[in-house]
Design a binder for this molecule. Structure first.
Ligand code: G6D
Length: 350
């Protein structure tokens, strides 16, 4: 097992470093101190052929210019916060409105877009990178000095675990996720429309035309949002369900796990034989099927063109816009608390 590093560029005068974690099975994960971005992830298909299964860029300059959060840790708060404001204990906080009148994915200087302090982790049976970022009081409009630690750990079980830990000196909001776009075909050979997704979710959150939850929880049974028995992504692409059509013919929705506690999500590409098993302690997953990549002028790693549905995002997290929905699980972090969360991504091929 090893952790390698290489110069990857400069951002606002700071060096960008790409770390590559390699386990004893030759699985590798490459990531940046910029946004904790996962740039490449190589796993074998059923014939032992190693190929990249995430969307990213070969050159750093493309990330700040073009990236729709490829591989990034998103924070302070993933998803949208309506009207870019919220109230805590009678005080109204005004956030950066970076998505029309709403706040999206932590704002213009969200956690995806900053340089994190890093240190390598080399232990018996695992390697990784520890990231640390101190978000000052008032950054993007949020209250409190928030100290966040993220750890990427790769094991010889072909599992990448991501742990998040955060502490604040004032009441604030936190809702982290990783925004990797997975494509198990390998080196983006095919789009993800034939990928099969399976997990136990009985409801999803209805979105309005601003992509904000209305608060209505819709039963998934009998809809393209029912993945309990396994279903192809294309069900949402070719669906006439108004919720699928509204988000650009696909998915961009929070799906709620049926049961609280630890949940698993399986994504499988039959043709390559690759599977991804995601295990999380978070209460929902925002399923995003990359519905708008076609209009983008950039090329991806390997000089490959973008196209719609080239990746599937499984953004496990708290409910979006929870601060405006008291009936949703809270994303408020108090000074005396420590936020802790773990999500594991384990890869198989058969
Ligand atoms: C769009 O609405 C979607 C978001 O869910 C996604 O995270 C982003 O593109 C990359 O804004």
């Amino acid at each position: 097992m090893e952790v390698n590093e290489r110069h990857f560029g400069y951002h606002e005068g700071e060096q960008v470093i790409e770390y590559t974690l390699v386990n004893d099975n030759d699985m590798s994960v490459s990531c940046l101190n910029y946004g904790c971005v996962i740039t490449k992830l190589f796993v074998p298909d059923r014939n032992g052929v190693f190929e990249n299964v995430v969307l990213g860029f070969d050159k750093f300059e493309a990330y700040p210019k073009w990236s729709p959060y490829f591989g990034a840790v998103v924070g302070r708060v993933a998803g949208r916060i309506g009207k870019a404001e919220f109230e805590l204990d009678g005080k109204t906080y005004h956030l950066t409105a970076n998505d029309s009148s709403n706040h999206l994915h932590g704002g213009e200087k969200g956690f995806s877009l900053v340089i994190w302090e890093t240190e390598k982790i080399e232990e018996s049976g695992s390697v990784g990178v520890k990231f640390f970022y101190k978000s000052p009081d008032g950054e993007e409009g949020y209250p409190g000095n928030l100290e966040t630690t993220v750890k990427y750990i790769l094991t010889n079980d072909n599992e990448l675990s991501i742990t998040y830990e955060a502490k604040t000196d004032q009441k604030t909001l936190v809702n982290f996720t990783n925004h990797s776009y997975f494509n198990l075909s390998g080196n983006l050979k095919r789009d993800c429309s034939e990928h099969v997704l399976k997990f136990d979710s009985d409801r999803f959150l209805e979105l309005d035309s601003d992509m904000l939850p209305t608060g209505k929880m819709i039963e998934s049974k009998g809809t393209p949002f029912n993945f309990r028995n396994g279903q192809k992504i294309k069900q949402g692409i070719y669906s006439s369900n108004p919720q699928n059509v509204m988000v650009g013919n696909g998915y961009d929705h929070p799906l709620l796990f049926t049961n609280p506690g630890e949940n698993m999500i399986e994504l499988r590409d039959q043709e390559s034989g690759r599977s991804l098993m995601v295990t999380t302690d978070q209460p929902c997953v925002v399923l995003y099927s990359a519905n708008q990549l076609e209009e983008e002028p950039y090329t991806l790693s390997g000089n490959l063109p973008t196209k719609n549905y080239l990746g599937v995002c499984l953004e496990v997290q708290g409910y979006p816009d929870a601060i405006h929905h008291p009936e949703f699980p809270s994303i408020v972090l108090n000074p005396e608390e420590t936020f802790k969360s773990t999500t594991k991504y384990r890869f198989f091929s058969q």
